[in-house]
Write a protein that binds this ligand. Structure first.
Ligand code: ADP
Ligand code: MG
Length: 577
């Protein structure tokens, strides 16, 4: 049987895992690391870099790099990268392709099937976009799984015999998800889920960044346009400071100049953990509502919860852990690495799909995260008002699910009905997300009030099928919303594949060298002017060896460059973020 890999396609980092020898295992990338930054960059030579090498370039050449594109999945937003426009689907597919290549290399076999995770709060469009990104990367997407569900699967897999009520809190780079579930005798029942798709670790970094800029009399949005290099470098400094504040009581942040350079005598700002906690209080405050909503929907209260599981890199922040402690009067659990637990769970899900013996006593049920329904009219004292939302499947209903509702025509001799499907929690459709439509014709003439049924069937991937039929007519109308206009047509898919193929890929063996080169290029702007010629000459030597393509001279030049770096006091292999 061909392997099915599990992929956590994150806003900040992506990972890939496989279920092997009875347990989920992470697959390292070309650098031997488990985390691949979800960053894509096109170099001046028109070549493509994904991951850590692209992250190096993001600091010096922000306009050649795209990051955080997961935030725009399912929207019509395009991101500009080295002068060309790319959709979030295309950019995500490049990350997926890189993970797939790593998996093929690691497993020594072709990989064509995957389970991909998405935030529970992703809507139908965003899920569909994720599936398309998989297709573009040459992967058949066997299942889309909610990230917190995947995290829960990792815990459930390793702790099958317990009976517990668990809350999973997942704060990643860009999204926040809360999932409440019940575990008993190997059965994981997801009871409710809630979240916010625009709240994550990046917002914490940006808050610090905005406050530093504000002290200099600048607004983040305008500074980003006017001085992209300064902002990119300062953002990197803030990201580092934020992480250090997880361990340290205070940190110093060096302020870069307009070109994004930092020197020994650059101005520094001191930030204490207390000051940072105060700064991010409004963000911490925003964690409360989804937590309360998930508990309310699951008819639970904070003291019903046995374990609170933390997932996502941003839950490492003391302020977040402190919030959990206060809210639940309980110490949160982080038995597994919060960055890795989702990918491992995706691999467990893949094992469930493949009927792997090691999981035959594990059962999982999930819920649909949003309410699904149709647009209807309401009658108020002789006045008929359109635009109301009538739910058919309520949020947090266990899936798969199929529900039918009876509706009536509103006008005499009404021969057809236009069924418009929405997803969301608002009373009025205009505030919800339209996800498809269906036309029912052939209603027999007669007075208003002719009955017809609408049936919604929601599958395990979060994909909706809509059926409608009129009682008096044998004809059924049916649509699977994913095959509706929102999907890419084959022609569009082919076009996207061609566009991506025009990018030049570095051979796998070259990636480490590319990363080293980008790292050194960034250092040139940072080290003291006295050291610069020495570093530049080592880089030139290395670059020319690389373009010669001669393996041996690349090796020699690489050793010289690494020695030069360590003489100047920098450690490429042991570098921090
Ligand atoms: P995603 O799933 O969205 O890709 P991750 O789970 O990888 O996100 O988490 C990434 C976020 O976690 C980033 O915003 C990063 O800054 C934050 N993060 C990682 N490590 C730490 C740390 N030690 N302290 C604070 N934040 C951290
Ligand atoms: Mg994540």
């Amino acid at each position: 049987m061909p392997p099915i890999i599990g992929i956590d396609l994150g806003t900040t980092n992506s990972l890939c895992a496989i279920f092997q020898d009875g347990t989920p295992q992470l697959i390292p990338n070309a650098f031997g690391e488990n985390l691949t930054p979800s960053i894509v960059c096109v170099t001046e030579e028109g070549a493509l870099l994904v991951g850590a090498a692209a992250r190096e370039l993001r600091v010096t050449q922000p306009d050649r790099c795209a990051a955080c594109f997961k935030r725009f999945m399912g929207s019509h937003e395009q991101l500009s990268l080295a002068g060309k426009q790319y959709t979030p689907v295309e950019l995500s597919s490049l990350v997926l392709k890189s993970l797939r290549d790593d998996a093929c290399h690691h497993l020594g076999t072709d990989v064509t099937e995957a389970v991909i995770t998405v935030p529970a709060y992703f809507n139908d469009n965003q899920r569909q976009a994720t599936k398309q990104a998989g297709e573009l990367a040459g992967l058949r997407v066997k299942r889309i799984v909610n990230e917190p569900t995947a995290a829960a699967l990792t815990y459930g897999f390793h702790d099958r015999d317990s009976e517990k009520k668990i809350l999973v809190i997942d704060l990643g780079g860009g999204t926040f998800d809360v999932t409440y579930m019940d575990v008993f005798e190997g059965t994981l029942e997801i009871v409710s889920t809630a979240g916010e798709s625009f709240l994550g670790g990046e917002d914490f970094t940006d808050r610090l960044l905005a406050s530093l800029l504000q002290k200099q009399g600048r607004q983040l949005e305008t500074a980003e346009l006017q001085e992209p290099h300064r902002v990119a470098r300062l953002r990197q400094q803030c990201e580092m400071a934020k992480r250090q504040l997880t361990k340290l009581e205070a940190v110093k942040i060096k302020l870069p100049d307009a070109a994004g350079h930092i020197a020994d005598d650059s101005l520094t700002v001191n930030v204490t953990r207390t000051a940072y906690a105060k700064l991010v209080e409004p963000l911490i405050e925003r964690l409360k509502q989804p937590v309360a909503k998930a508990l309310r929907d699951g008819r639970a209260s904070p003291d019903n919860i046995d374990d609170v599981i933390l997932v996502g890199g941003a839950t490492r922040m003391p302020a977040v852990q402190e919030f959990v402690r206060r809210y639940f009067s309980k110490e949160p659990l982080c038995r597994f690495n919060p960055d890795e637990v989702v990918a491992l769970g995706a691999a467990v899900q893949a094992a469930l799909i493949a009927d792997d013996q090691a999981v035959d006593d594990l059962v999982m049920t999930d819920v649909c995260p949003h309410t699904l329904g149709v647009e209807t009219v309401k009658e108020f004292a002789n006045e008929v008002k359109p635009g109301y939302f009538t739910p058919i499947i309520h949020r947090n209903t266990t899936i798969p699910v199929s529900r039918e509702e009876l509706f009536r025509t509103v006008a005499p001799n009404q021969r057809e009905v236009h069924v418009v499907v929405y997803q969301g929690e608002h009373r009025r459709v205009e505030q919800n997300l339209k996800i498809g439509e269906l036309k029912v014709t052939g209603i027999p003439p007669g007075p208003a009030g002719k009955e017809f049924y609408i049936r919604f069937t929601y599958d395990l991937n979060g994909i909706l099928e809509v059926e409608a039929y009129v009682l008096a007519s044998p004809k059924k109308y049916r649509t699977v919303l994913t095959h509706n206009a929102r999907g890419l047509s084959q022609a569009e898919l082919d076009e996207a594949i061609q566009k991506l193929q025009s990018l030049k890929y570095y051979p796998r063996e070259d990636l480490e060298n590319q990363r080293l080169l980008r790292y050194c290029e960034r250092l040139v702007g940072e080290i003291s002017p006295f050291q610069r010629p020495q570093l530049e000459s080592a880089i030139d030597h290395f670059e020319s060896a690389m373009s010669s393509g001669d393996k041996e001279s690349v090796q020699v030049a690489q050793t010289t460059l690494l020695q030069t770096l360590s003489m100047l006091g920098y450690d490429f292999r042991g570098r921090g973020e």
